[in-house]
Every structure is written in C-alpha cells, then in structure tokens.
Write a protein that binds this ligand. Structure first.
Ligand code: FAD
Length: 474
C-alpha cells in the first residue's frame, strides 16, 4: 500500500520566487544593525525562552565552553549522526560548521582556537508554528540573515550561515496517519487517499518505524537521520521506491508553510497550484560495462546505491520482488563476473524492509569536510559514454552512485524538479574532502579540484546535463 504524504513542512519560502530581485545582504552578528542584548532578551521572552546561543559541535572541548563530560561524549559520538542531529550547532559534515576558514576541531588541545565558523549565532528551538511565525516576523522586522536548520545534513551548507539567526525545526515532531485524506479546498467529489502528515522535524528512521506499524510504505530516503519533511522533500527526494511511486515530491498532497511575512498558509494543488509547484523540487573502463547495464535493472524496477573505486559494488532493492526476477534482471552483471580477470559476486538477499533497515542502512560521511559534485546519467549518456564515465571516476580516485533507479515521472511536469530526471537512470557523484587541519592552500586546491571534476562531468555528459539540487557542488 502506498501512503501518500501530506508531509507538513514549515517553510520559509519567500513569495518573491521567480522575480528579478538581486539578493540583498541581511544583517548578521557583528554588523552594526545586529540587535542589542536587550532586544534579543525581549524577543526570547515572546518564544518561551527557546533562544539558544548555538556553537560548533567541538566547542565543549575548548576554552570557556570546556566541559569534561560533554567533551568526552563529543569525542565518543563524533561520527554518530543521531548525536549530531540532536544539537543545534552540529552539522553532518563539519565543513558546514567551520566553513572555509573557521577552526574548532575535536582532536586539538583545550587551548587550541575554537571560533564560531559558519554556525548561526542564535537559534530558536521551535516547538510550534507560533514560534516560527514570531521568529520569521522578528527576522523580517530586524532585517536579519535567517536560515532554517532541520537535521543539518545538507550537502550544500544551506542550513548554516556565518553570523546568521536560525530556526531549528528538529523538535517539531508528529506523525499522523489518515485513512482517507482530502486536501483542503479539493472538489466535493474528490476521493480521499491514505496519507501521513509529518511535522517538520521528523526523521526517516522514526517515520519508517511508524510506517512498519501501520503496514504502510512511504517514499523516503536511504539514511536514518535525514529529515523527512525538510530539505529532502523540498529538493525532490529520491528513494528505493521511486521507480514505482516517483520522487517524494510527486507524492506530496499538501504542505503548511510560514511565508516571509510570518503568515501561515496551507498550500496544495487546489489552493495555490503555482506555489505548490515551486516548493516541490525548486530546490576503470571495464566497469563502464556495469554502468551500461543500469537501464536494464532500473527499467525492471530495481533501485540501488553503489560505488566505483576498488571495483563496482552496489546494493539494489525492489519491493515485492522474487529471487527469480532478480536472477533474470541481474544476469548481465553475473555474466560480467565470469569474464577472465574479473572477480565478483552477485546474489539475491530476500529480506523485509525492516531487515534492510537493520542490516544495511547507515549514515555515511558524518563528521567530515566533504563536498559532492554530481550528474544525472540519461539513457543517451549511459549508452554512449559509460566507459568515459567509469575512467573518469577511477582517474579521480573513485566515486559513488547516490541513486541508481528509474523514477516514476507521472507527476514530473507538475513539479519544479529538474526535468532531466525523466530520462535519467542514476546520479553519479565524486566527493572531495579534507582533514580538519588542512591548510588554506590545501582546501583551496581541493575546491579547485571539485570545480575541475564538475567541468570534467560537463565534458562527458554535455551542457544539457543536469544534477540533483540536494547533492550538487556548492
Ligand atoms: C547520509 C545522507 C543520506 C542521504 N540520502 C538521501 C536519499 O536517500 N535521498 C535523497 O533524496 N537525498 C538524500 N540525501 C540528501 C538530502 O536530501 C539533503 O541533504 C537534504 O538537504 C537534507 O535535508 P534536511 O532537512 O535533513 O537537512 P538540513 O541541512 O537541516 O536542511 C537542508 C535544507 O532544507 C532547508 N529546510 C529544512 N527544513 C526546512 C523547513 N521545514 N522549511 C524550509 N526549509 C527547510 C534548510 O534551510 C536547508 O536549506 C542524503 C544526505 C545525507 C547526508
């Protein structure tokens, strides 16, 4: 049974979408117009004292914020994505705490520098729509640089900002199942559908557990702590179930948002089709043979994740499949492993979704300084450029497939997601990362390398190529 998500998300999407306005710099901490302490205190009183001075995740191990117990916990939990998403100032990739020049590291001495980096200065631990409205109004009134942070998983650093004021949605929890949901303002004869309403702070791990109890299926992502109703959804949302049911945005029935003027709106296809459109997405040569086999498996409904570095490895899923179907579909991969000099294994692993969750689902790249560069691979690119792509990947130290699959595109033209998803079978990514103690020069060179990778991708897939907004190079 497919549960279509009404996925309630509290958005801060400005109603000037699509206008020609130049971006304007708003006030950040350190600017002359940043509110004084008295003004912050008065504001804090209106939101029940939920204003937090947010700090980087390693701050408890340094100088005046040093706390030996908390520092020990931070060291033990450094790579734990649950620990990270539970904190206002922690981000999945520490790059988005420190930015390019900040310094506050977990493995340096107590006296080593610990600055704020690009962690927002103040955050509101929102507990209600009223908190969000008050915060948005305060930010508008004081013309503040405002960001929204949910889990801090964003690959592009959009949930942090130097000197920013932030609304933290993580504690807005709530999962409500509906047997027959009808969007507000739908025609009288509209039929209801099974659906779930998620509050903005819900994470996939909890949603999957709740869905299992309901015997329901939700189109969600392949990570436990990524937010279900935040950046994932606003960017499109790919999923192991995308072949059958499309991207997450294709299943969105309704969304509640707080607009930049602090007003609360329920938007859907009936109330505001234009706005509703915009919030859905408007955010080694031999191995080339493996890539060439993608269309066969993706057209058959298998969805996977993999990487190509020491060879090609991937895991594919298909709900309600059988070993027979797997063996037929993956015969090409099996034949590859029989080529002399190629070592490999291909096997079916019958499991339940919960079995997959327990055994395979992890949160990669936590506590690192990582940036992605990616391209969607269309049928033409796969047919004509697989070997070039594989060589390119190997030349650049390997890379991954954040998504391999054919999405159900029935709703594609009704959303703002890049139309290239229609012809695509996979999202190929190459990541770069640097050590916390990398010098400015080293970081600069790494970033330049990422730009070169992006240019290299363009040379192969052409100027018409596209990528997935949530996993693109910042
Ligand atoms: C380990 C990992 C696995 C992933 N797996 C997948 C996957 O399987 N499928 C997939 O499609 N993507 C996947 N992604 C990419 C993911 O979609 C993006 O990182 C996404 O931006 C995360 O959203 P978030 O709300 O959890 O994170 P955040 O960093 O908190 O927010 C991301 C962006 O959304 C905005 N935002 C968040 N909540 C709201 C809100 N309520 N209102 C308005 N704006 C909001 C933030 O301002 C920011 O711009 C994965 C990422 C990671 C790190």
């Amino acid at each position: 049974m497919l549960i279509q998500a009404t996925l309630t998300a509290f958005g801060l999407i400005s109603s000037t979408l699509g206008s020609q306005h130049q971006p304007r710099r708003r006030y950040a901490y350190g600017d002359e117009c940043w509110p004084d302490t008295e003004t912050w205190n008065s504001f804090n009183a209106t939101i029940g004292g939920r204003l937090i001075r947010s700090v980087p995740s390693a701050a408890v191990c340094h100088a005046e914020r040093y706390d030996s117990d908390k520092c020990a916990t931070a060291k033990d939990s450094w790579l734990d994505s649950f620990w990270r998403t539970n904190q206002t100032g922690a981000y999945a990739a520490t790059l988005w705490e420190m930015g390019e020049t900040g310094k506050c590291f977990i493995d340096t001495s107590i006296d080593a520098p610990c600055d704020q980096g690009i962690v927002p200065h103040y955050s509101v631990r929102a507990q209600s729509i009223a908190d969000i409205q008050a915060s948005v109004r305060f930010a508008s009134e004081k013309d503040l640089y405002l960001v929204t942070k949910n889990t801090g998983h964003d690959h592009l650093g959009r949930s942090s900002g130097k000197g920013a004021f932030s609304i933290w949605t993580h504690n807005l929890k709530g999962i409500e199942w509906h047997d027959s949901f009808i969007p507000m303002g739908a025609p009288e004869d509209a039929n209801g559908v099974p659906a779930v309403t998620l509050q903005a702070g819900e994470q996939w791990f909890d949603v999957y557990r709740a869905a299992a109890k309901q015997n329901a299926l939700v189109v969600g992502g392949s990570a436990r702590t990524v937010g279900a109703a935040g950046g994932y959804l606003l960017g499109g949302g790919h999923s192991p179930f995308a072949h059958d049911y499309g991207l997450a945005v294709d299943n969105l029935l309704e969304m509640s948002i707080v607009s930049a003027d602090g007003k609360y709106h329920v938007i859907n296809q009936h109330s505001d089709p234009g706005y509703f459109w915009a919030v859905r997405g408007g955010g080694g040569s031999a191995w080339g043979e493996s890539i060439k086999l993608f269309p066969n498996v993706t057209d058959a409904g298998y969805t996977g994740y993999g990487d190509l570095s020491q060879g090609f490895q991937a895991i594919f899923l298909k709900p309600n499949s059988s070993v027979k179907s797997f063996n037929q579909t993956f015969a090409g991969f099996f034949n590859l492993t029989q080529i002399p000099g190629v070592h490999g294994a291909v096997g079916a692993y019958p499991s339940t979704w919960n079995g997959y969750l327990d055994k395979f689902l992890r949160d990669p790249n936590i506590g690192t300084n990582i940036q992605d560069t990616s391209r969607l691979l269309t049928t033409d690119v796969i047919n004509q450029k697989s070997e070039d792509l594989a060589e390119f990947l190997v030349r650049n130290g390997g890379g991954g497939f954040n998504f391999i699959g054919k999405v159900n595109n029935d709703e594609r033209d009704n959303t703002a997601v890049n139309g290239i998803w229609k012809q695509s079978h996979a999202l190929m990514s190459i990541s770069i990362d640097w050590a916390d103690n990398a010098t400015e020069l080293e970081k600069h060179e790494k970033r330049l390398h990422a730009v070169q990778i992006s240019k290299g991708f363009t040379e192969i897939v052409g100027q018409q190529g596209g990528t997935y907004i949530n996993e693109a190079n910042p």
